[in-house]
Design a binder for this molecule. Structure first.
Ligand code: AMP
Ligand code: MN
Ligand code: MN
Length: 318
């Protein structure tokens, strides 16, 4: 991986579609590192930058789609080629580097650096930059801390281990602005999203440790919120007492249903999402279903019930 990074002359750096702060920050930081080696770099945020990531310094340098040819295509925080927001052929002939922390990563790169035990891809990029002998400056440190905060909900998720805490400390020591990061990650909810939450939470359902909510097409339209920008509602649902698993069902205008899953340790929602063609992490995963809202809810809740039942059986037996 290090040799491939050093050899790059024309690099495309990109992340998954519907990008989040970890993906965008990791791509920006890696792009910075490659430029230090004299490479020409295009950092692509597929489809543009979501408003939650707009606070990151330097996001204006991102482009929504690639142009030109590349010797190396680097995917960060992207579990599969299908999840990359690139046209087929956009990176034809380029060496593919896959840098990611998703449990369900498909190892699609010519070189893969995949560590599911890491809380954020930003931590992998930090290690690569250090191994390349690059000292991160305050801006790069701020990006990487933002990625780590984004994927750990501000160092609060179960994935927040000693390494994550130490990396956060190292990044602050390197000059990361923790206040800007915290405000950026937790101060970006739009008023429309608050209205959306109000409406959606009025219909929240709960059954035996599973808590779920639904955003149908009418809810998006009435709140005036772009489809898919739920503001992290699934994480909020998991924060309720007695909830072991949370699910958020989002209806999109193409008729498909996007499902966000969150769990406390003990239930592997990546495995549940994978059963429906999706993936993610043990405690945070997603999938997209080609069925009606009602069918999607029925199928996913049934699968979650089974997973929860098995985990409880495992606990009493063990
Ligand atoms: P989300 O609920 O959209 O915030 O996604 C939670 C986690 O699951 C993230 O790490 C996503 O990258 C991953 N994820 C979401 N949807 C999919 C999918 N269809 N396929 C693979 N991974 C997904
Ligand atoms: Mn991501
Ligand atoms: Mn990530």
């Amino acid at each position: 991986m290090l040799t491939a990074l050093r050899r790059t002359r024309r690099a495309l750096v990109t992340t998954h579609k519907h990008p989040d702060v970890d993906g965008i920050s990791s791509a920006l930081a890696l792009g910075w590192g490659l430029k230090r080696f004299g490479a020409e770099v295009q950092v692509v945020s597929p489809g543009g930058v979501p408003h939650e990531a707009a606070f990151l310094p330097g996001v204006e340098s991102l482009v929504p789609s690639p142009s030109g040819r590349f010797d190396t295509a680097i995917f960060v925080d992207c579990p599969s080629m299908e999840r990359a927001g690139l046209e087929p052929g956009a990176v034809a002939g380029a060496i593919r580097l896959n840098i990611d922390h998703h449990e369900t990563n498909a190892l699609y790169g010519d070189v893969n650096y995949v560590r599911p035990s890491m809380a954020a891809s930003a931590q992998l990029v930090l290690r690569l930059l250090m191994a390349l002998g690059l000292a991160v400056n305050p801006q790069v440190a701020t990006w990487l801390l933002a990625g780590l905060y984004g994927d750990t909900q501000g160092l609060r998720t179960a994935s927040t281990d000693l390494r994550a805490l130490r990396d956060a400390t190292a990044l602050v020591e390197a000059g990361a602005d923790a206040a800007v990061v915290a405000r950026g990650i937790f101060g970006s909810l739009l008023h429309g999203q608050l209205r959306l939450w109000g409406r959606v939470l009025a219909g929240v359902e709960e059954c035996n440790g599973i808590t779920w909510a639904t955003i149908d097409r009418a809810a998006w339209a009435e709140a005036g919120v772009p489809e898919g920008e739920d503001g992290g509602l699934a994480n909020f649902l998991l924060g309720t007492q007695g909830t072991a698993v949370a699910a958020l069902f989002q209806e999109s205008s193409d008729g498909r249903v996007r499902v966000s899953l969150r769990s406390n340790p003990g239930v592997d929602v990546a495995a549940v999402a994978a059963r429906f063609g999706g993936g993610g992490h043990r405690q945070a995963a997603g999938c997209t279903l080609e069925m009606s809202l009602e069918e999607a809810r029925g199928a996913v809740i049934a699968s979650l019930k089974r997973a929860l039942h098995e985990s409880r059986r495992g606990v009493t037996a063990g």
